[in-house]
Design a protein around this ligand. Sequence first.
Ligand code: COI
Length: 353
Amino acid sequence: MKTSLAFPIRQATTSRRHQLDFEQLVFGKEPTDHLFISEFAEGNWQNPRIEPFHDIRMSPFSLSLHYGQTVFEGMKAFRMNDGRVAIFRPDKHHERFNRSLERMCMPEVPYELFMQALHELVDLEQAWVPELPDAALYIRPFMFATEARLGVKVSDEYIFMIVATPVAQYYAKPLRLKVELEFVRAADGGTGSTKCGGNYGAAFYPAQKARAEGFDQVLWTDSHKHEFIEESGTMNVMFIIDDVLVTPPLTSTILDGVTRDSILTLARQRGIATEERPMSRHELQAALRAGKRVEVFGAGTAAVVAPVEWIQIGADGYSCYTGADAVMFSFKKELDAIRTGERPDLFGWNYLV
Ligand code: COI
């Protein structure tokens, strides 16, 4: 759905598309030919436009560089079997973007501006949407404070941009996770449910330590007693135990993931029992110790469904079920089938460009 909002599009004179081998993609490395940009000043979004991809100049005093007013989104456009391109659930990403912006005292992006910018950019970059399985065009809308001031204040000026990059599968193999019992990702009332840059920067140190210990990522726990499981790395986390799909509820510490919501919707439609409730590490440990078939997976835009093969809880390690008949893989298949048009899009998730 294009809106009536019109803005200038300055096209690149040559495309870099053919310099890139879609079989060798590194996540987030190669930008497409164009970007969308608009500045916020004097209470309004100004001069929305699409331009050839370029670097940006900003003052070293820019507030985002010092006090972290920066928010992003991540969504994907897919190539359908009939060659058309569809963006997956952009309206839900727009809603979440605005919720994050509100929490960070940043101005909302109106729906029309967001959708038109997305539509025009992806339309222009259709050649950058890979046809390969598990590949997509990753789209990154983001906003940051640009007012030049070292005083601690809410910025009055911002840049909103959308950039895009072709991507392949995020994780090449099942994950080994360490239940994090020292550091926390988010505390009640904090910014954990938003996609602000600080959440990701603050996670680097614990994740790096986990990697040095031989794990791929951490499984975050709550900030009170490290008892309840929250998220995994940059993804929501889901469990299938005793045929029930369990995932932590949406609190102020959990991101309202679009893949999380899509999987819950598909599970309910299939008649699989779902529970959005706190899951303690003791409950998880008891199920693993009892030798139950436990499926654990991360759900996120970048990773889609990321199977977990090993969970380390303190000194004890456990393997999780990742057999080919695991239910988690059926969600991935179903999502793929909806995105390629192989299955009907019953929930209206595909936004056709
Ligand atoms: C996403 O899944 O889109 C993420 O935000 C994860 C990461 C690429 C930051």
